[in-house]
Design a protein around this ligand. Structure first.
Ligand code: ARG
Length: 608
């Protein structure tokens, strides 16, 4: 596992203050900037209602680009309190009149019961895109008020299967980490591997028995660790003498006896190298801090909880009763051992108090939501987290649904019960390579180019197929669908990006030069639609990031590609008077697409 060595864990993080922090108009997304204008208007229009937040949303109809919806909900608050207004439409009129003078607004109107519709100035859109092109897309990164986050994701279990659920967690967690990193948050990417627990007694004893020479044997002597797990489990279930030895081995391991520690490390290393292959293919960086890491902290953390009066005795176990849950959280089992919950309590304490994380995000299947809700509740009762879910520090469980096979049941491969993730990813690559060869690319490209494109497309397809759905819904794994070059797939999007790059290449123009000398204008309606959509990148990443919903970004990217296609079919570029401006629009589209790919963990393709 590659450690994320970018910044040391506790180093103070310097916040980059944008050179243009004073320039009001560069602050935040388009929607936020508009909200600021309406906030100013609200303060003047209804000076007594100081707690009213501006309600600004993108328009669905064609009255404008954005609308402010405050008038309707304001009315009942001010009616009968001596207001000069006669009804919500009049409030809307005043809200419109009191908007501070701004370059970004072309025109406003009040519609229906009091909506204030705003048309954004196309010159302002053009200028903002141009600014992004010169200053970089970092301009449009979300601005969060936190400095450090933990994303707990992937987290497979040693000696057990790393299944498609872990693949989902790896893909979703990596994207969330990338979005936070883009927002200038330091992210501790944590692999909470299941490397501790009673199964290790059985595994270690089995290792001693099967491989008396284990200390000298190379790791691979065990071969398939899953088969090894199965065989040792069988032995455990069938032979009471072995079972007893296994139970004693757990005690020795937990007591730190060197021989047992060494055997444990050897078993963990075999799993680790399997996991690493998946991360390497997916280009995912993650740092292992497994369950064993938190083990030494458990007694102290439980003592703190106990001192707060949170822990009670129940049927021989030690538990925390939590309001709203009909079962207690067991923190010490009746045999005196710790469990998954004890580890997670120690981990959340450590992350909040030692690592000073302000946002902790746990990515697992929805089946674990109750576990996390209980851990968070306990942390709130202990005063480690604030009672209110929306203030920082905060913890969120990011749940996801199942991966289904064609038969609508849990995803399995044809003959085996389990899906080896490495095989799955390899198959995606093989299939995308075959498709490229079918297009004759093996004759056009070098072997390296073919390999790299096959990887980018194959792995990108698997990731995108997962991320484009709302994560809570189950989705069907289907190679043919995800590798289709039409429709909402990574293949379609990657090809669209490559086509834009090819338009730019064919023009023979130097983009760096053009950025300095040419100006974007958005006179054709399809240019304006594309331009506005480009600008909306900022509010879409922000929404995807703060609501932990990668599908929002996928949908944005897909629509961007659609808007580009429309623009390109109606607005010829090369050899036209608008060439320079349109090339800059192509470039801006490519830049935004690449940033989306980057955030989704997809490697862009430049030629096809
Ligand atoms: N190892 C667990 C599993 O495979 C996931 C761990 C998630 N993280 C945590 N802090 N509990 O289901």
């Amino acid at each position: 596992l590659r450690a994320n060595s970018k910044r040391s864990v506790l180093a103070p993080r310097s916040r980059t203050i944008s050179a243009m922090a004073n320039d009001e108009e560069t602050l935040g997304s388009l929607k936020k900037q508009l909200a600021k204008l309406f906030e100013a208007s609200l303060r003047v229009t209804v000076p007594t209602e100081t707690d009213v937040e501006p309600l600004v949303a993108a328009c669905t109809g064609n009255f404008g680009d954005y609308q402010c919806n405050n008038a309707m909900s304001l009315w009942p608050r001010i009616k009968g309190k001596g207001t000069e207004f006669r009804g919500p439409p009049a409030v809307g009129q005043a809200l419109m009149k009191n908007i501070p003078q701004s370059e970004m607004i072309e025109k406003c109107s009040v519609a229906g019961p009091g909506f204030v519709n705003v048309v954004i100035s196309k010159n302002w859109i053009a200028k903002s895109i141009q600014k992004m092109l010169t200053h970089g897309i970092g301009e449009w990164a979300p601005r969060l008020s936190i400095q450090r986050a933990v994303v707990d994701f992937s987290s497979p279990n040693i000696a057990k299967e790393m299944h498609v659920g872990h693949l989902r967690s790896t893909i979703i967690g990596d994207t969330l980490a990338r979005m936070l990193e883009f927002s200038n948050v330091e992210v501790l990417r944590r692999n909470h591997v299941g490397d501790w627990g009673t199964q290790f007694g059985m595994l270690i004893e089995f290792l001693f028995e099967k491989f008396p020479n284990w200390e000298h044997a190379s790791e691979t002597a065990i071969g398939d660790l899953q088969a090894f797990y199965k065989a040792s489990k069988q032995r455990f279930d069938e032979d009471p003498v072995f079972k007893e030895r296994a139970q004693k081995a757990v005690v020795k391991l937990q007591g730190g006896e060197p021989k047992y520690r060494k055997a444990w490390t050897q078993i963990c290393d075999i799993s680790r190298s399997e996991f690493a292959k998946v991360y390497q293919r997916l280009g995912v960086t993650i740092e292992e801090k497994g369950e064993s890491f938190y083990n030494p902290y458990i007694p102290g953390v439980l003592e703190k909880l106990s001192n707060l009066g949170l822990i009670e005795e129940s049927q021989g176990a030690r538990v925390i009763f939590l309001e709203g849950f009909n079962i207690p959280l067991i923190v010490v089992k009746s045999d005196g051992g710790y469990n998954y919950a004890s580890t997670d309590l120690a981990a959340i304490w450590y992350r909040l108090n030692e690592e000073k994380a302000e946002w902790i995000i746990y990515v697992t299947d929805v089946g674990q939501s109750q576990h996390f809700e209980m851990v968070f509740k306990a942390a709130k009762r202990a005063g480690w987290l604030p009672a209110d879910n929306n203030s920082y520090p905060r913890a969120n469980h990011v749940g996801f649904g199942l991966v289904l096979g064609e038969d609508g049941k849990r995803f399995r491969t044809r003959n085996t019960e389990v899906v080896r993730l490495v095989d799955l990813l390899d198959e995606a690559k093989t299939r995308s390579k075959a498709a490229l060869i079918e297009r004759g690319k093996d004759k056009e490209w070098t072997e390296d180019e073919l390999e790299q494109t096959a990887e980018a497309v194959g792995y990108g397809a698997v990731k995108y197929a997962d991320l484009k759905n709302n994560r809570l819904t189950n989705y069907t794994f289907n190679f043919d669908q995800m590798l289709n070059d039409k429709g909402n797939t990574a293949v379609y999007l990657l090809y669209a990006h490559a086509r834009i790059c090819s338009i730019i290449r064919k023009s023979g123009k130097d983009m760096e030069e053009l950025k300095k000398t040419a100006e974007i204008s958005l006179d054709h309606p399809d240019e304006r639609v594309l331009g506005l959509h480009l600008l909306q990148f900022a509010e879409n990443v922000e929404e995807a990031c703060t609501n932990l919903l990668p599908n929002v970004l996928c949908e944005y990217l897909y629509n961007l590609s659609e808007n580009f296609t429309k623009f390109y079919s109606n607005c010829p570029v090369i050899g036209k008077p608008e060439e320079a401006s349109r090339l800059l629009l192509c470039e801006a589209t490519a830049v935004v697409m690449r940033q989306c790919f980057h955030l989704l963990g997809i490697v862009p393709v430049y030629k096809i």
